[in-house]
Every structure is written in structure tokens, then in C-alpha cells.
Write a protein that binds this ligand. Structure first.
Ligand SMILES: [Zn+2]
Length: 55
């Protein structure tokens, strides 16, 4: 039996200013993963921590 992968597109939201700068697909099977990534924020022009935000 083939296991269906449940993938959802989520936003990566800047923790500092709340800007949603990136979109990425994540596997949400068994819950949304708690991922925090250092990404470049265009508004602040520096690298900040971004976390997953669902629609
Ligand atoms: Zn920011």
C-alpha cells in the first residue's frame, strides 16, 4: 500500500518584523514541523530567524 505524502506550502515568516519572505513545501504528515531558519529579510536587510507560518 502506497503511503500518501502530505505536503503543504507554507510561509517562512520573519520573527523580527513579521514579513513573509519565503514559501517552502513541508511534509505536514503528523503535524507541522517546528523549523526555524536563518533567512535574509528584505525589509530589514539582514539575516533573521524565520519560522513556519501556515495560511
Ligand atoms: Zn524582518
Amino acid at each position: 500500500m502506497a503511503k500518501a505524502q502530505k505536503t503543504e506550502w507554507v510561509w517562512l515568516e520573519c520573527k523580527e518584523c513579521g514579513d513573509r519572505n519565503y514559501r517552502t513545501p513541508v511534509n505536514v504528515q503528523g503535524g507541522v514541523p517546528k523549523i526555524e531558519l536563518k533567512k535574509f529579510c528584505k525589509r530589514e536587510r539582514k539575516h533573521t530567524v524565520h519560522k513556519i507560518r501556515r495560511k
